[in-house]
Design a protein around this ligand. Structure first.
Ligand code: URA
Length: 244
């Protein structure tokens, strides 16, 4: 007979309350009740008949929330950190729901990050078939010519992986400091992709910011601020995802 039991942390994660890791932490720190009893041990399994509460709220009852966040530099894209460094959720004290980031920006990267508690939405945006343009502005060491950057257009090979063609635009150069500001638009999400791309071409990134995500920009926000996505913006992202 097939069992419909599933691990508690998986059930919580699938309900869109938190990532699997965060769900484990919620359990360990006593935020989770099953049928009226706090469960803080790992390994408990539940069925759909069991009543699971996170912070007193039944699973599936959290309102779905969608935010656009201007992540500051020096903040970890995670919901918790063992070493008590600043994490992106620190900036959402005004939001009751358990948000988590859609994808990640590096610790030293600033810019546009989506935050949600909608697991399906997050998975959709993080799926490799989802090809939304993401625009980055990078300050690089050295002053590249257009010709030197042309491999970005053709699809660079980084660590043995051929990347999809990217678009770039040299915004400004500082001859005295030997640096350049370059806008780069990509749609993949390989780890540290932008830094790797520029490093491969011999122009290491000194500073990086993501300024656009599909139709979304940082307009109206300063670093550390967030705003709720409008229904039309959520729909626009879903439409891009459906087109694949
Ligand atoms: N590419 C990077 O190298 N870092 C980021 O944070 C995002 C994209």
């Amino acid at each position: 007979m097939q069992s419909n039991e599933e691990r508690l942390q998986k059930v919580i994660a699938n309900a869109g309350v938190a990532s699997r890791r965060k769900a484990e932490e919620l359990i360990r720190t006593g935020h989770v009740e099953v049928n009226g009893t706090v469960v803080s041990q790992m390994g408990v399994k539940v069925t759909p008949q069991d009543e699971v509460l996170v912070d007193g709220v039944p699973l599936g009852k959290e309102r779905k929330r969608y935010y656009l966040f201007y992540k500051p530099r020096g903040v970890i894209t995670a919901v918790t950190d063992d070493k008590h460094r600043a994490v992106v959720t620190d900036y959402f004290d005004d939001v009751q729901e358990h948000l988590y980031p859609v994808g990640r920006l590096d610790y030293d990267t600033s810019g546009l990050l989506l935050m949600t508690n909608d697991g399906d939405f997050a998975n959709m945006l993080m799926h490799p078939s989802f090809k939304v343009d993401k625009k980055y502005v990078a300050k690089v060491q050295g002053i590249p010519t257009r010709t030197q950057l042309m491999p970005l257009r053709d699809g660079l090979v980084v660590e043995g992986q051929k990347l999809a063609p990217a678009r770039f635009h040299i915004m400004s150069v500082d001859k005295a400091k030997r640096t350049a500001i370059i806008a780069l638009t990509i749609h993949q999400g390989v780890n540290h992709q932008v830094k790797k791309m520029f490093k491969t071409l011999g122009f290491p990134v000194l500073k990086l910011s993501r300024t656009e995500y599909g139709p979304l920009t940082l307009e109206g926000l300063v670093s550390g601020e967030h705003r709720a996505l409008k229904p039309i913006e959520i729909q626009a992202l879903k439409t891009v995802a459906e087109k694949g």
